[in-house]
Design a protein around this ligand. Structure first.
Ligand code: URA
Length: 292
């Protein structure tokens, strides 16, 4: 088992394997590890679950020929195996994602489309689809990166430590995901609806595959402004990296005003950057109040 930053293994924590025979002891040990921050199960040696089986390399052993015997007649040159057919071209995941997303006419049907989309490998390792939270009528849509462990468990975006900070930040300018009033509400989603293993950054191909869904999500929710939190959503919507340079400066994406901000997880690691984040929140508030 591992926790963020490389935590102790099961063996190192002195858990004997015989607890597996006692369900209650196993559950208690699991709860204890969870409290310690253990997040993932890993083996002692890495195991590549995506590796394809090696094709057989060895030729069949030669048939022994008796001394002085006439050589065996040659096999006909016609191969005795069926010809290998050219495999069909790999599915174009982005084109497929576009079709799935385009067919969705409501947020509920978009969620169903994502749930039915099987070409993203992240789905295989995730516990839950993390679609969105908050009020879809909100003027402000927040786009984050990807679910972490807590979000994966609950099936909701930004419910871990970073999410708590996000809630406090936006509450400071009077916005909440729980508000039924669209003026004071937030709608929150992520570029990736499935947790990347070990919270790694989403890969460019994964972002490209999810972009049609994100674009349709924004089209259907139709917010007045978009706030992107961190590099991944900035790249997904503008094609540009460099959140520290971009933050606080309005730009346009999908025909909507877009404000880049630093990710709350970054703010947790760099508290000094909260001053700039506060300035960005005031920039957003001014825009919502009609001041530019
Ligand atoms: N970070 C994100 O970008 N999104 C979440 O939902 C949680 C953490």
């Amino acid at each position: 088992m591992r926790r963020g930053g490389g935590g102790p293994s099961v063996a190192a924590m002195g858990i004997a394997t015989d607890i597996a025979s006692d369900w209650h002891a196993a559950l208690a040990a699991l709860a204890w590890q969870h409290e310690l921050g253990v997040e993932d199960v890993v083996l002692d040696a890495p195991l590549n679950r995506y590796q394809l089986p090696e094709p057989a390399k060895t030729a069949p052993p030669p048939v022994p020929v008796a001394m002085g015997a006439a050589p065996a007649p040659r096999a006909p040159s016609r191969p005795n195996v069926a010809p290998v057919e050219t495999p069909p071209p790999a599915a174009d995941a982005v084109a497929e994602a576009r079709q799935f997303a385009a067919r969705a006419t409501t947020l509920d049907s978009l969620r169903d489309a994502l749930a039915a989309f099987d070409l993203c490998d992240l789905k295989k390792g995730a516990r839950n689809l993390v679609f969105a939270d908050g009020n879809p009528e909100a003027r402000v849509l927040i786009l984050g990166e990807a679910p972490g462990r807590d979000e994966d468990m609950e099936g909701l975006p930004f419910v871990g430590r970073a999410g708590m900070l996000l809630d406090r930040m936006f509450a400071a300018i009077g916005l909440s995901r729980h508000s039924p009033d669209s003026e004071a509400a937030l709608y929150i989603t992520n570029v990736m609806p499935w947790r990347p293993p070990g919270n790694r950054d989403p890969e460019p191909a994964e972002i490209a595959m999810m972009r049609p869904f994100v674009a349709r999500h924004i089209e259907l929710a139709d917010p007045e402004v978009i706030v992107v939190m961190g590099n991944t959503p900035l790249v997904a919507l503008t094609g540009e990296r460099g959140i520290l340079r971009a933050r606080g400066n309005w730009t346009t994406a999908l025909n909507k005003p877009l404000l880049p901000m630093t990710h709350p997880a970054y703010l947790l690691r760099n508290p000094a950057a909260k001053r700039e984040a506060w300035a960005d929140l005031l920039t957003l508030q001014a825009r919502l109040k009609g001041q530019r």
